[in-house]
Each structure stands twice: as structure tokens, then as C-alpha cells.
Write a protein that binds this ligand. Structure first.
Ligand code: SF4
Length: 346
């Protein structure tokens, strides 16, 4: 069975694609990424911890500036000054990427983890054929390799992402948006990485092509067993694609659960507002807005980070930071509204 793919049906997702819990390929612990400013550090990612299992797709959702892309850049060790990894571990296959430098770090990128960047289809070199761009990636990391072998590998990659072999000799401007995106996916998996990070992989594509690109990513995962982190705003895509979903707010994960669990039952008020804001094609309803603004990320917020915007804020929320707790099987959230069994207290 495949997951629900339309926004109208995301609230009835019932599939369970979750792989075994114990085989983590990525283990992030207390990750902190800060940006220095003249008036203090902006805590863009603050104590984020999560695991990605082998062959699992994790989705990261949340509003712009919540730390999704910064988390991805930290995993890839691509955070640039004035940003820095201020603390924590990024264990990929038992190697802490936060400790790697120089050649070790370069070797890890593409061969162990790769990126499909935001607006990936515009990252293709317009004056190089698709095959030449994939060849460059392979040759840079694997050195000498015969032209014949290279061609065979590239044709296999194109086939894997559903592109016809004629794309081998084509230039980016000869491809549609969806084909360019699939060429970028082919490049990202060219060196058989264990983890692929896709940053907004379907932005700027129409809904039909979005679905095709989503299916391509799922197909790649099934056939190669690669793990993925998918970043995005599109809850319909998340329902179609991911195994577990992490909801981020102000640099932290506030709810983390199997995708079917989170669409069926949301605990954190921010997640509830996110789900309620999904437009429906069946019924007209007013656009739901989350009132207020995120707090200043340069200042330490005592208590819950969502207190300034939460419709259910209580006294305890202003005093104690709620810890992440499992309220259902594998369904964790950080909120004072519930007891340990997920029963609402207030
Ligand atoms: Fe709202 Fe309090 Fe829960 Fe934070 S802890 S989300 S302020 S109810």
C-alpha cells in the first residue's frame, strides 16, 4: 500500500513503513549551531537530537528559519562563518562528522552522504551535458575509470531515476523541471552514499511533477536501501514520502513520530496549527494563521520556546522547558499539556 498523497487525505494515513528501530545510520546528539552577530549568538539549532535508521526517510518540517536547512548543512559540515557548530555530535556510521577535517571530510561527502540542494535543478551547469556533470562527480572521487565503465554507470543511474538514455547527451536547458530534478537525484546517488539529504526537493515544480519526483526518491530508497532526510514545507509530500516526521520550531524539534501517527494525532500545539493550516480542496475554510512571532533567538527563553504563540500557554510553560517524552509508541513531543500516557491535563 502506498501512503496518502493528497492534502485532503493526509489525515487518514494508515501505512507503517517504519524500518527496524535499532539500526541507526545517523545519530545526532545535542547538536547546536550558532550564528555570531554583533549583538550575540543566534541559536539557529539548539540541542537537536534524532536518529535516522538504515533505509529510513526522515522528514524535517517547520516554518522558514526554524533550523531545518541549518541542521542539514551541519550534517554535511557546510555551515559557513559567521555560523559554527557550537556543540554536539553528528555520528554517521559511527564516525563523528563534527571531528572530521580536510581530506577525511571531503572523502565523506558524496561517498557517504550527499545533498540534493534547494533549487537543485538550477544548480546544473548550463553549458555541460548531463553526462559530463555526473562524470565529474564520479572522477573527482574515484580517480581514473574507463570511459566505457563510466558511460555504463551513468546510463544505469539515469534509468534508476526514470530518465531515458537520450538524457545522457542532453544539456540542462533541453530538460523539463522534473527531468532536471531527477538528473540531480542521479548525481546525488552516483557514488552510492548511505545518506542523502534533499532540501525542498519539489519546490518550484507543479503538483504532478512533484508527485513524480517524490515517487523517484521513494524508488531510489527502495532499490538502493539509502537513508534520506527530506526537508520541506509540503505536508502532502511528507505524507507520500517519509517514514518519520520531525517538526521543528525555533531551532528545536518539538514533535517526532512515525508519519501516520503524526497525521492521525498531533500533540504539540504548533504541530496542530501546522496540520490545520493545510488547505483543503473539499471544503472552504479560512486560512489558519499562527499568531505572533518567534522569540528572539539571541536570547535564552526560560520555559517553553512556543509560549509566546501558544493558544494553551500555562504558568508552568513560562518556568520549565518541557522535555521530549514518548506519549505513544515512537511518538515523542515536548509539551506540558499531557501526562506520560498522552492524556491531556488542561
Ligand atoms: Fe504551549 Fe505550554 Fe505546550 Fe509550550 S508547553 S506548547 S506553551 S502548552
Amino acid at each position: 500500500m502506498t501512503a496518502a498523497t493528497t492534502i485532503d487525505s493526509v489525515d487518514t494515513v494508515t501505512v507503517d513503513r517504519g524500518p527496524a528501530e535499532q539500526d541507526a545510520i545517523l545519530d545526532i546528539r545535542n547538536l547546536q549551531v550558532f550564528y555570531s552577530t554583533p549583538t550575540g549568538d543566534v541559536r539557529a539549532v539548539d540541542n537537536v537530537s534524532f536518529k535516522v535508521q538504515r533505509g529510513e526517510i526522515i522528514g524535517l518540517v517547520g516554518e522558514s528559519g526554524c533550523g531545518k536547512t541549518t541542521t542539514a548543512m551541519a550534517i554535511l559540515r557546510l555551515v559557513q562563518p559567521p555560523g559554527r557548530i557550537a556543540g554536539g555530535e553528528i555520528n554517521l556510521d559511527s564516525v563523528n562528522l563534527a571531528d572530521l577535517e580536510g581530506d577525511d571530510l571531503r572523502e565523506t561527502r558524496w561517498t557517504k552522504l550527499s545533498l540534493i540542494p534547494q533549487g537543485a535543478m538550477n544548480s546544473l551547469n548550463p553549458v555541460m551535458r548531463i553526462s559530463s556533470q555526473i562524470k565529474d562527480t564520479i572522477r573527482t572521487h574515484e580517480g581514473r575509470i574507463s570511459n566505457r565503465e563510466l558511460k555504463e554507470r551513468i546510463l544505469q543511474l539515469l534509468q534508476l531515476v526514470g530518465l531515458p538514455s537520450r538524457v545522457y547527451d542532453m544539456y540542462p536547458h533541453e530538460l523539463s523541471g522534473g527531468m532536471k530534478q531527477r538528473a540531480c537525484i542521479a548525481m546525488a546517488i552516483a557514488l552510492d552514499p548511505v545518506l542523502v539529504i534533499a532540501d525542498e526537493p519539489t519546490s518550484a515544480l507543479d503538483v504532478v511533477v512533484q508527485r513524480v519526483v517524490g515517487e523517484t526518491l521513494l524508488d531510489v530508497k527502495e532499490r538502493l536501501g539509502v537513508s534520506m532526510i527530506v526537508i520541506g514545507h509540503d505536508m502532502g509530500l511528507m505524507a507520500q514520502l517519509v517514514d518519520r516526521l520531525a517538526v521543528m520550531y525555533a531551532g528545536r524539534i518539538v514533535e517526532f513520530a512515525p508519519v501516520e501517527s503524526i497525521f492521525n494525532e498531533q500533540f504539540h500545539p504548533y504541530t496542530q496549527l501546522l496540520i490545520e493550516s493545510i488547505p483543503s480542496i473539499k471544503e472552504k475554510k479560512p486560512l489558519k494563521l499562527t499568531e505572533g512571532l518567534t522569540h528572539d533567538l539571541r536570547t535564552h527563553m526560560q520555559g517553553c520556546i512556543f509560549q509566546l504563540r501558544c493558544p494553551h500557554v500555562m504558568d508552568i510553560c513560562r518556568e520549565e522547558n518541557p522535555p521530549m517524552r514518548a506519549l505513544r509508541s515512537r511518538h515523542e513531543t515536548a509539551c506540558h499539556l499531557y501526562d506520560d500516557d498522552g492524556v491531556r491535563l488542561h
